[in-house]
Ligand binder design. Structure first.
Ligand SMILES: Cc1cc2nc3c(=O)[nH]c(=O)nc-3n(C[C@H](O)[C@H](O)[C@H](O)COP(=O)(O)OP(=O)(O)OC[C@H]3O[C@@H](n4cnc5c(N)ncnc54)[C@H](O)[C@@H]3O)c2cc1C
Length: 515
């Protein structure tokens, strides 16, 4: 038997497996406090909201039935997502959540509702309410009943044997113009998952790995495409020297003031699923895809003065914290092959793009011969012509003559504006105002008047006052008195020319002004 912790969504994951006792509870708590934000946070068009009670055997039994008999549900419950953009949320009706139960007039368990997620935000339901967009799901006891009911609402004809419907609203990457908007969610997910992995493997274990982690945060604070990740990174950065004095982080859970008390992108992450990066098989894509997208989206946001810093930071981050050994080593070799420091942001963007293509090329051969790739997402040299015709000067067979100016323009658009505007466009023409609020990614530019100081300034102040956590310490000091110093030793050590020293709030207020 499995016990589900009160209020958690663990049951969703648990029913994803036929052996429902397999899974650990690592799910995000859904409760009266985050109820609205969870609904706001999804680009899904429809949601199934379930009120259940942990003592209600029927609640559990019908889910097991669904999990075993309908792979389609298996998929969406596992991934929280459903064909036609629908997802299931379970909600435990216990004492602390009683007000919400009242708002939805819950009189029995389980009770399932169907509607656009935005309608659940601050929403309510009454039995005789007419014209409500929230409907009670009447048929839910078995997989085919529930599927039949949903088919009726959607005018679709999904069948119990459908295996891969989870991806049918996502186009393959060849035509992923519109889908890139969803990548913001994956960028957040990958950022938080990377942080989780670092914590669970206790990967910050020396002053070197600590410094690498700090530099990564320094890159995220001004440039992460998601505002809440920028904020979360800033918080960790500011507290880092307290959290990891002398490079010794405490990883104990249940202890105050440890890294575990922090989330880079917010308490409700990681969500446990990917959207743009979702594979057609469970074991493909996901985190590593999200990590690439994160790196590309960072690269197009940096300024020339940060080029070498961004390059070494990404290289070191992968080398220290991406725990796929083969990936790490190959990437590291490619980093080492760069002999001249980068001076232009454009060159970093193009280096990352071509490095990613080298990985694609290598993996394509492996995947073709071993059959280990995702059949829906074969490795390709990217971007394909369909996505960027002007990127191609000529191509004969395997040889492509790229127009690098066009490739650069395309990448800036795709991982910068496009990532933002598709999402906003979709929201504006789509369901509700709230969805715009959820847009985790906003503008791509760093404020023009960002204060840029020599990065060497960091060590002058920082080393003197805090042996380790130097950069975090400096960062804090900077906020207080903004003194500029220079220390060539630091430049050598971190091989970086400049560092944008903006406080998070400065950056955000600049962004507000620009808006
Ligand atoms: C640093 C790093 C090194 C890796 N090394 C290895 C390795 O050695 N062996 C291994 O088996 N796996 C490796 N991986 C994983 C592998 O690269 C893929 O991430 C994984 O196979 C999933 O592939 P995917 O189809 O989701 O596409 P990914 O390659 O993950 O790409 C994600 C998305 O990025 C876009 N994209 C594709 N190519 C480019 C490009 N050139 N420039 C910009 N955007 C692009 C596409 O939209 C694509 O869907 C590595 C991952 C990372 C982050």
């Amino acid at each position: 038997t499995t016990s589900f912790s009160p209020g958690s969504r663990s049951i969703l994951r648990d029913i994803g497996s036929n052996d429902i006792s397999d899974h650990k509870d690592n799910a995000v708590e859904l409760n009266a406090t985050n109820f609205d934000s969870v609904f706001q946070d999804t680009p899904a068009k429809f949601a199934v909201l379930e009120f259940f009670a942990h003592w209600c055997p029927a609640c559990r039994n019908y889910k097991v039935n669904i999990a075993i008999h309908c792979p389609l549900f298996n998929f969406y419950t596992l991934r929280f997502s459903f064909p036609s953009n629908c997802f299931l949320i379970t909600f435990l009706a216990e004492q602390m959540n009683i007000k919400l139960c009242d708002k939805f007039s819950i009189k029995r368990y389980p009770m399932l509702f169907w509607g656009p997620p935005s309608k659940f935000v601050g929403g309510s339901w009454e039995p005789k309410q007419e014209k409500s967009e929230i409907l009670v799901v009447e048929e839910w006891r078995t997989a085919d009943l529930l599927l039949g009911w949903i088919n009726k609402q959607l005018g679709s004809s999904y069948g119990l044997d459908d295996q891969k419907v989870g991806n049918d609203h996502l186009l393959p990457n060849i035509s992923d113009h519109e889908q890139i908007s969803q990548a913001v969610f994956d960028i957040e997910e990958a950022t938080e998952e990377a942080f989780d992995i670092i914590l669970s493997l206790k990967a910050i274990k020396s002053s070197e790995t600590g410094a690498s982690f700090i530099r990564f945060l320094q890159l995220l604070v001004p440039h992460h495409p998601s505002k809440r990740c920028r904020k979360g990174s800033a918080e960790i950065l500011m507290n880092f020297d307290d959290l990891c004095p002398a490079g010794e982080c405490s990883y104990d859970s249940g202890v105050n003031n440890t890294l575990r008390n922090f989330h880079i992108c917010g308490n409700d992450l990681p969500r446990g699923y990917y959207m743009f990066c979702r594979g057609s098989k469970n074991e493909t894509r996901g985190f590593s895809c999200g990590l690439w997208i994160l790196m590309h989206s960072l690269s197009v946001r940096i300024e020339d003065g940060e080029s070498q810093f961004a390059f070494t930071t990404l290289c070191d981050f992968i080398n220290n914290f991406f725990m796929c050994d083969e990936c790490r080593r190959h990437f590291h070799d490619m980093c080492l092959s760069v002999k001249t420091p980068f001076k232009k942001a454009r060159d970093v963007v193009l280096w990352l793009w071509s490095t990613h293509n080298k990985v694609n090329e290598r993996l394509k051969k492996d995947e073709d011969s071993l059959g280990t790739g995702d059949p829906k997402f074969p490795k390709i040299i990217w971007p394909p012509k369909q996505l960027c015709p002007s990127c191609y000067l000529t191509s004969t067979g395997e040889n492509i003559d790229w127009d690098h100016d066009e490739v650069y323009k395309f990448l800036k658009r795709y991982y910068g504006e496009k990532l933002v505007s598709s999402y906003k466009k979709k929201s504006a023409g789509g369901v509700s105002k709230e969805e715009v609020v959820v847009a985790a990614a906003e503008e791509m530019s760093v404020p023009r008047n960002a204060l840029v100081v020599p990065v060497g300034a960091a060590l002058a102040i920082a080393l003197a006052s805090c042996a380790f956590g130097a950069l975090a310490c400096y960062w804090r000091t900077q906020q207080k008195n903004r003194k500029h110093h220079h220390n060539p030793h630091y430049l050598r050590r971190y091989s970086s020319n400049y560092l944008v020293m903006n406080t998070f709030s400065n950056i955000e207020s600049e962004r507000e002004k620009e808006r």
